[in-house]
Write a protein that binds this ligand. Sequence first.
Ligand SMILES: [Zn+2]
Length: 472
Amino acid sequence: MRKEEDFLAWYTGIVEKAGLTDKRYPIKGMNVWTPYGWKAMRLIDEMTRALCEERGYKEVNFPLLIPETEFKKEEDHIKGFGGEVYWVTHGGETKLDIRLLLRPTSETAMYPMFALWLRSHADLPLKIFQIVNVFRYETKMTRAFMRVREIHFFEGHTAQRDFEAAEAQVREDMEIWQALARELALPYLINRRPEWDKFAGAFYSLGADTITPTGKTLQVATIHHYKDNFAKPYNITYEDADGTRKHAHQTTYGMSERLIGAIVSIHGDDKGLVMPPAVAPVQVVVVPILAKGAKDEPLEAARQIAAALKADGLRAEADVRDIRPGAKYYEHELRGVPLRVEVGPRDLKEGTVVVVPRDTGGKNVHQRTRLKEAVREEFEFLRERMLAKAKRVIDDAVRAAGSVGEIKSHAGVSVIGWCGDEACGQKVEAEAGTHILGTLEAGELPAAVTVPSNCLVCGKPSAKPTIAGGTY
Ligand SMILES: [Zn+2]
């Protein structure tokens, strides 16, 4: 499996071989989460939960079905999602009076309840999230974790006192994203989407885009400011301190299993996955190295080491199966286990172990007495190397472009000048066959990129770097 030669073939093979998913389920775009993949997803969800709850979000769980009457209240939203909704029209043999839809996202399920819950300014901010499956009838080609029809979805929804409070929430959501991206070792650019590409019903949309080795971008998180665009049709109002009734301003934050797709694409290599330690289902595997006349001791030591690491809160396992070490290494490398600990007769004599990080394959000798500390240090070094490697890929993929021709001749992501005018933006998209991902809001451009200061089309000044590229 050569990642560089044929990325998509590599990706398609690796997600199944590593045990993340089984795509043989007989509905396209709906895959089975197998234990290893589901565990990784749950670990990401747990981190998301903790980051949200620290900041006052509370978890809820809303019904999967939404009545058509509620769905139709916000016009732009229907236009944006109408074409990709799954409808429930019958209960048994009985035709339903009001059609129901499977949530493609939950604004229209939640906001009628927000209207009931919200009474006074003392109830604000209202901050909730849920982690559920949503459904979108995707017509483009589906791909595991990247483009699916049943989506494992995190959605945070808030109601705020006014526009400014919603702005502050957008910034807080960006902090949550940054904390998560750090642990997943994912570099990103946060782009403010152009008007024609914002979320259906939003005032504005921010997208966190990461860049895969093919130079295409992958949107891995979105944060939207809704202003009072939903509060008005759903009548989400509160009584302010002065006794007047006001519409709330709202924000949302969305992420999905695409985070797994990004981890696979960006960190994986020809041997398989490389899991960031924070979300690796198995963080450390301990492999005994047996020698003639020395079998029991290494086996016992491997068990003890794994047990000690487990007791210290790490996800550690001893692989004591009666097969060759090479066969074990192959399997654990395929699954991207961050660290392998080897213990053989010589290590036992010297009170050491050999620690092998998944990315370098180097052999680092550590004292057994301070293995717990050493493992945590190795995790941090590994995460830093993963991020540095991913950033180098981005450095290669991102270039400044001063003309349509330069955008077209470059397979990766272009940084262009854009005046912000829709006509100029659309012209760039049409002529260069690219997408304007938006103006850069946060994230680092490669140092070598000189940001153009004038619009590519009309020559007027460009206030912010504009990012253009292909998307998954
Ligand atoms: Zn222009």
